[in-house]
Write a protein that binds this ligand. Structure first.
Ligand code: HGY
Ligand code: MN
Ligand code: MN
Length: 411
């Protein structure tokens, strides 16, 4: 039997075309959830779904589905593929988009090959996976999996003061399907690793067995504005300095821990943000992650204790808002082994690994057996325009997704 292969030119062409949609005046790729550039990316994806002859469905949180089904299998639970096409700020072209376009490519290849599935096969582009404009991240798939009520998600106020539901209405993606309308038989997400492991070890395929826990918080420190020149150091209630101590505390603690714990302060703003005024307020975010739930809780507790101590020492008041909290996830062993077997059959080395990044698969794993396939990220770079995966690895990963899907949907 000849081995099926995806149409590499079609996949890579779409990936590059989508990678050009939503660039700002400086050429940066920015397709934040609910934005005009998100709409442009969504429109392109739906046009490709239609050109493949698939049914299009959009749910109330704006998740988009391309569905291949026929009368014979329409009542069976579908195999669901997918990821996201929203991006971070100044993004690379592969994060999320590779998994969505590969899912569509797999369906088109199977359809054209005369393969007859025992169940529908669908591909999803989940809304707001990145969580940059509206927290939490993985929002569309979290709602889809029943982890967040859709009306609560639609009422989310963004970092720019907009409301997600109004933005989805505005861009024409406030769909009608109830989230969860398709109960997947299985879910497989193909994604770039976004880390250095596969590239460093020269393995083209990652069989992702689990995914680490994530804790997002927004911290506000209130001090007192005062004159930068006349206020003695001993009389300051400097919110900016206090914030800087938190950043150093987190980094030093994570680096000294000898565990996989990672800590990141990605956003920070001061008020009144003037060169000669001691900051009265500092607002910043903390992203803590660890594969072990107990350790993640211990890191959160250590931060809370430090903030209490800091407030007293610096005579500031500190408030904390939880933005997201997801426990570590273990994926379906059977599907992970299918990934390893598919790689073996194609003569590709694979490596069992954990995901450092959050993904929609960690949400869909709540409602269906799920797993992920990784391909290498050169230098481990991601969330950065220098993000890169060689074409040969992109094609190899999509062919593994093809094989795993054909097995999962087989009669
Ligand atoms: O935050 C994450 O890990 C993902 O990129 N949303
Ligand atoms: Mn992603
Ligand atoms: Mn991402």
């Amino acid at each position: 039997m000849t081995t099926r292969c995806i149409d590499a030119e079609r996949l890579l062409g779409r990936l590059r075309e989508l990678g050009q949609i939503g660039r700002d005046g400086d050429g940066r790729l920015i397709r934040l959830a609910g934005s005009d550039s998100d709409k442009a990316g969504r429109d392109a994806f739906i046009a490709w779904i239609r050109s493949a002859g698939l049914e299009v469905a959009v749910d109330r949180i704006g998740n988009i589905f391309g569905i291949w089904k026929d009368d014979a299998n329409a009542d069976a639970a579908p195999v669901l593929l997918g990821s996201h096409i929203d991006t971070v700020i100044d993004a690379g072209i592969y994060d999320g988009c590779y998994g969505v376009l590969s899912g569509l490519e797999v369906i088109q290849t199977l359809k054209a090959s005369g393969y007859i599935p025992a169940r529908p096969i669908a591909v999803a582009a989940f809304t707001n996976e990145e969580g940059v404009r509206y927290a939490p991240d993985m929002m569309g798939s979290l709602v889809y999996a029943g982890g967040l009520p859709v009306d609560e998600a639609l009422a989310t106020v963004g970092t720019d003061g907009t409301v997600l539901g109004a933005e989805l209405e505005r861009i024409g993606y406030a769909g009608s399907e109830e989230p969860g309308f398709l109960k997947p038989h299985a879910y497989v997400e193909l994604h770039i690793e976004q880390g250095p492991v596969l590239d460093r070890e020269g393995a083209p395929i990652g069989a992702v067995g689990n995914l680490q826990g994530i804790s997002w918080q927004r911290i506000t420190i209130e001090g007192e504005a005062n004159h930068a020149g006349t206020t003695p150091m001993s009389m300051r209630r400097d919110a900016g300095h206090a914030a800087a101590r938190v950043v150093t505390f987190l980094r030093d603690r994570a680096r000294a821990s000898n565990t996989p714990t990672v800590a990141t302060v990605g956003c920070m703003s001061f008020e009144p943000n003037a060169i000669n005024v001691i900051p009265s307020r500092a607002v910043f975010t903390v992203d803590l992650r660890d594969p072990d739930e107990q350790r993640l809780q211990a890191e959160e507790a250590a931060l809370a204790a430090y903030l209490t101590e800091l407030a007293a020492a610096e005579e500031v008041t500190i408030s904390v808002e939880r933005l997201a909290r997801f426990e570590p996830v273990t994926f379906d062993r059977g599907i992970v082994e299918l990934v390893e077997e598919a790689a073996r059959k194609r003569g590709l080395a694979s490596k069992r690994m954990i995901s450092g990044a959050g993904h929609d698969a960690q949400m869909i794993a709540r409602i269906a057996p799920s797993a992920m396939i990784f391909v290498p990220s050169i230098g481990g770079i991601s969330h950065n325009p220098r993000e890169h995966t060689p074409d040969a690895d992109l094609v190899a990963g999509a062919n593994i997704l093809l094989d795993v899907t054909a097995t999962l949907a087989a009669p």
